[in-house]
Write a protein that binds this ligand. Structure first.
Ligand SMILES: O=C(CO)[C@H](O)[C@H](O)COP(=O)(O)O
Length: 225
């Protein structure tokens, strides 16, 4: 068992009958979905909301019943990966481009559980480029606003030579902050920029982090207070 699988499987054990469960996106969330799928095949009764088209397809392939977000007010639990996790459980997410739905699902869940291999644990956020989702209309203006405000490199995300388009039809700007001194302040500032839909800083949202190690061990870190 590898580190991502260990974390994903451990989180999947927290799912109980009757729950509405948020399914994350990425290679770590893959394992959580796989394990939840196995448990559904054994009789676990849940309904789920996926945070991306890819996770929706994966959940369907495992026979996990999905429910439209519009029919649900609140989720019991959401399980998702992260690109970086700091000691205060602030996160950078969105490496896989699903940050907007991931944040919506996390914020409407009673418990948000992050699953991460130990390499994701950092003393300060920012080495991983921060994904910022922007609307396509006049995205150059939004990019210009970001560039004037922050003296860091910004790069439009591409795929196969074209601008990368999220599941929500938006673009992503990746920002090389290097070190983020105050994730909460930056989070607030970025949300104030017209044209920015959302960004990959998740501050004060995670309730628990399950860290997976290469030997298959896991460590559970719970939110303080
Ligand atoms: O935020 C995400 C996708 O938008 C992922 O959770 C994050 O990129 C971690 O991915 P992985 O588990 O593949 O390392």
């Amino acid at each position: 068992m590898n580190a991502k699988q260990a974390a994903g499987y451990r989180a999947a054990e927290l799912v109980r009958d009757g729950m509405i469960v948020g399914l994350g996106t990425g290679s770590t969330a893959y394992y959580a979905i796989e394990k939840i799928g196995q448990r559904v095949a054994e009789g676990l009764q849940i309904r789920a909301i996926a945070t991306s088209n890819a996770s929706e397809e994966l959940a369907e392939s495992y026979g996990i019943p999905l429910v439209p977000a519009s029919e649900i007010h609140r989720l019991d639990l959401a399980i998702d990966g992260a690109d970086e996790v700091d000691p205060g459980m602030a996160l950078i997410k969105g490496g896989g481009g699903a940050l907007l739905r991931e944040k919506l699902v996390a914020m409407h869940s009673d418990r948000f559980i992050v699953i991460a291999d130990s390499g994701k644990m950092v003393s300060q956020l920012g080495q991983f480029k921060l994904p910022i989702e922007v609307v396509p209309f006049s995205y150059e203006w939004t990019l210009g606003q970001l560039q004037r405000r922050y003296d860091v490199d910004f790069e439009m995300r591409t795929r196969d030579g074209e601008l990368y388009v999220t599941d929500n039809g938006n673009y992503i700007v990746d920002a090389a902050f290097g070190k983020i001194e105050s994730p909460a302040q930056l989070s607030h500032e970025l949300k104030m920029i017209t044209g920015v839909v959302d960004h990959g800083l998740f501050v004060d949202i995670a309730d628990m982090v399950i860290v997976g190690y290469d030997d298959g061990a896991t460590e559970v870190i719970e939110k303080k207070g």
